[in-house]
Design a protein around this ligand. Structure first.
Ligand code: KG4
Ligand code: ZN
Length: 340
């Protein structure tokens, strides 16, 4: 089974071809990503109108490159999948319309993929992994703990009541004068910092319901930064390290609550899976390895380039849906909001 996947929900234009040999896990034949970082950098964040236009400019070439690098013609593809949301609607429209046109022209099925579902299923592309499993989704727009019971069968155990983890990283980076996108910059700065210099809050610690709250932590960083006034490199590094340590503690405590709820409501979990851009953070990855080791839980960490937005995850979710006979009509409309 061969599926072409297209991703345009945010600031990454991506196209990929993924294959599932009969009975096997996935095989990525091509995975092309073009980031729009340069276009948005001057604004310190993603500008929806600029994003949509930038997707239009590169999408055709990128799809062609994905096919060329897979050594395939469109006629060899079994279905065309695109992220149908949630995300910036202008960008989603570009990917969806492209996928519908390709599907129509090649008389192949079209599949509209939920971007969050694609993050949730990526671990099954890289690993032989059975349902059910505990998913920690930490992206720029979402932070959730989810029981993944099957394709299309998700139970949200908890989520953030304010900022997403990636969003908190980005906002902290911005207030400390680090360039966009902030998450990776905070991680780099934190490497040289002292995580114990600032005593920052760990919101929601100890609560039974596995929800997150990060805006208070973000405000605490702002207060410390304002108290210091002009920040030198050491201050920035120490603030980043202290912030990251607080996020890590919060994630582990919330994951513990999530695992408890999973075991109460669903039963034994086959693994814990991490997905979304902030899942590329190595401090978060290390802490989760320790946590899963202590909890007797297998940890599945897709490689960082499959944690951030990419086309392979859309193609893979397309394969999972196509395998169950789930395809979509060409009248499918872009969904800015689309909860799991
Ligand atoms: O999943 P993703 O690529 O896009 C969304 O669907 O949101 O996630 C992007 C988010 C951004 O907020 C980015 O700053 C964050 O993931 N991120 C990181 C790291 N790499 C990306 N956050 C912390 N540490 C990183 N190394
Ligand atoms: Zn994403």
């Amino acid at each position: 089974m061969l599926v072409l996947g297209i991703e345009t929900t945010c600031d990454e234009t991506a196209a990929a071809v993924v294959r599932r040999p009969p009975g096997g896990a996935g095989e990525i034949l091509s995975n092309e990503v073009m980031s729009q970082i340069a276009e948005h950098a001057a604004y310190g964040g993603v500008v929806p109108e600029i994003a949509a236009r930038a997707h239009i400019e590169v999408i055709d070439r990128l799809v062609q490159r994905a096919l060329d690098n897979a050594g395939l013609k469109l006629s060899a593809i079994d279905a065309v999948a695109a992220a149908g949301g949630p995300g910036l609607v202008g960008g989603v429209l570009v990917g969806l319309t492209t996928a519908k046109a390709l599907a129509l022209a090649s008389r192949k099925p079209f599949i509209a993929v939920n971007h969050l579902e694609a993050h949730a299923l990526t671990a099954r592309l890289t690993d032989e992994l059975e349902f059910p499993y505990l998913l920690l989704l930490v992206s720029g727009g979402h932070t959730q703990l989810v029981a993944v019971k099957g394709v299309g069968d998700y139970l949200r155990l908890g989520s953030t009541v304010d900022d997403a983890v990636g969003e908190a990283f980005d906002k902290v980076a911005k207030m400390l004068g680090l360039p966009y996108p902030g998450g990776p910059q905070v991680e780099i700065a934190a490497l040289k910092g002292d995580p114990t210099r600032f005593d920052l809050p760990r919101p929601m610690l100890g609560r039974a319901k596995p929800d997150f709250s990060l805006s208070g932590l973000k405000t605490a960083v702002r207060i410390e930064a304002e108290r210091l006034g002009a920040l030198n490199q050491t201050d920035v590094a120490d603030l980043c390290a202290s912030f990251q340590a607080a996020v890590v503690d919060t994630i582990i405590d919330r994951s513990r609550a999530g695992l408890r709820l999973f075991r109460e409501t669903v039963g034994q979990s086959n693994a814990m899976v991490v997905a979304g851009g902030a899942g590329a953070n190595s401090a978060i990855r290390r802490a989760l390895m320790r946590f899963c080791g202590e909890s007797g839980l297998r940890l599945v960490l897709p490689p960082p380039h499959l944690c951030t937005d990419n086309g392979a995850m859309i193609a893979w979710a397309g394969i999972e849906r196509l395998s169950l006979g789930l395809t979509d009509d060409l009248t499918f409309a872009a969904k800015p909001r689309w909860p799991l």
